[in-house]
Design a binder for this molecule. Structure first.
Ligand SMILES: Nc1nc(=O)c2c([nH]1)NC[C@@H]1CN(c3ccc(C(=O)N[C@@H](CCC(=O)O)C(=O)O)cc3)C=[N+]21
Length: 283
């Protein structure tokens, strides 16, 4: 048996089509959602991601606002770009592309974002709301993972979920999201200090791998029939590789591959956050 594919690319396209209808409805009220991006430096990966986000916006009818700063930009210059987008009424939501070049204080920049315009859901106020289980903007990758599982009817309530990685944008935020009453999963978060990783992954109904270690999750670590979602992206000379070894497909019941799984869902949820911010601002 080989795993069924959790097709994030096709699912994200369907979500964009749904969002386009909501954007059209807003436009009829005279409201145009606008996504802003702050990109600092010339990392090719970051440039490609930001370009992709603006392409997505064009498809859905969201206006784009770009602030591109050189790698030499100072903390004050980056913060000035943030202040501008906070004040710009055409910008309903925006992101600061991470990571910022060395020497810039990322946390101070993120804290300066207006929480109501935080399209990434990474502002401490929105992360705090997630901790408190209050409504707020949700981080894009965890939201995309839940949406992908829902649309494929992968059971989540009561499921045992093992997450590998405790990064704020994926692992830590996902654990908080999945343990809310509305999701009701039981979560184990593994990290570099975990004694026996395989012991935790083998018990799981769902394994989410966001460690950034190519091929980390191998077939022997997966319970037959489990859902496995690959969130790892490592650039190598042979191209992009995920954290899930190809052999896992022979054991798992479901696989969200890299590419074509969680990445496109992350982008779609960014659009959803921007549309929802515009809907809230108009209500
Ligand atoms: N403020 C901020 N917000 C982010 O959401 C953010 C960020 N900074 N910094 C970098 C990471 C990374 N990230 C990805 C999103 C989509 C794909 C994606 O769509 N990947 C494609 C393949 C991409 C390719 O081919 O290059 C896929 O998996 O199919 C990948 C990576 C968002 N990030």
């Amino acid at each position: 048996m080989t795993a069924r594919i959790l097709d994030g690319k096709a699912t994200a396209a369907a979500i964009r089509a749904e969002l386009k209808q909501r954007v059209d409805a807003l436009r009829e009220q005279g409201i145009v959602p606008g996504l802003g991006t702050v990109l600092v430096g010339d990392d090719p990966g970051s440039q490609a991601y930001v370009a992709g986000k603006h392409r997505d916006c064009a498809e859905v009818g969201i206006a784009s606002i770009r602030r591109d700063l050189p790698a030499t930009a100072t903390q004050a210059e980056v913060e000035a770009a943030v202040d501008e987008l906070n004040a710009d009424p055409t910008c309903t939501g925006y992101i600061v592309q991470l990571p910022l070049p060395k020497g810039l204080d990322e946390q101070r920049v993120l804290e300066r974002i207006d929480p109501a315009k935080d399209a990434d859901g990474l502002h401490p106020v929105n992360l705090g709301r997630l901790v408190l289980m209050q409504p707020g903007v949700l981080p894009c990758t965890p939201r995309g993972i839940v949406e992908l599982l829902r649309r494929y009817d992968v059971p989540l309530r009561g499921a045992d979920v093992t997450i590998i990685g405790r990064g704020i944008t994926v692992g830590r935020a996902l654990g908080l999201l999945l343990t809310r009453r509305s999701e009701n999963a039981t979560v184990t978060t593994c990290h570099t200090g975990t004694k026996d990783l395989a012991a935790h992954t083998r018990e799981a109904d769902i394994v989410v791998v966001a460690a950034g270690v190519p091929g980390l999750l191998t077939a022997d670590m997966v319970k037959p029939g489990a859902a496995v979602l690959d969130v790892g992206i490592t650039r190598t000379d042979e191209g992009l590789v995920g954290d899930v070894h190809p052999g896992v497909r022979e054991v798992a019941g479901w696989v969200a591959p890299m590419p074509g799984g969680v990445g496109p869902m992350t982008r779609a949820m960014l659009l959803a956050n921007v549309v929802e911010a515009a809907e809230k601002a108009s209500a």
